[in-house]
Design a protein. Structure first.
Length: 118
């Protein structure tokens, strides 16, 4: 499956952005989906994931309450980001995992840049 992330940009601290990730396959519904980010000079880290049916969401503690992951029934997963902070500046990636692989993120999009100014 090919993934294309979009929706990044420049936003002031306290603002919001909604990222989208479109999948190329009709079998999109068979994948667990996740969002990751990589800040400048740092390793890529996990943000959130969502199960195939749209339930079973999970977030890291630092994003819980500010970020919301969701997905539609067609081919797109979203990441709503509120109350953005300068430390949220990063390239954001979406990823897909086949079911029953313990979230082995086998497929990755190219990423979209989010810059949060203070």
């Amino acid at each position: 499956v090919q993934l294309q992330a979009s929706g990044g940009g420049l936003v002031q601290a306290g603002g919001s952005l909604r990222l989208s990730c479109a999948a190329s396959e009709r079998t999109y519904g068979t994948y667990d989906m996740g969002w990751f980010r990589q800040a400048p000079g740092k390793e890529r880290t996990f943000i959130a994931r969502i199960g195939r049916s749209g339930g079973n969401t999970y977030y890291t503690d630092s994003e819980k309450g500010r970020f919301t992951i969701s997905r539609d029934n067609v081919n797109t997963v979203f990441l709503q980001m509120n109350s953005l902070k300068p430390e949220d500046t990063a390239i954001y990636y979406c990823a897909a995992a086949l079911p029953y692989t313990d979230y082995d993120w086998a497929y990755w999009g190219h990423g979209t840049l989010v810059t949060v100014s203070s």
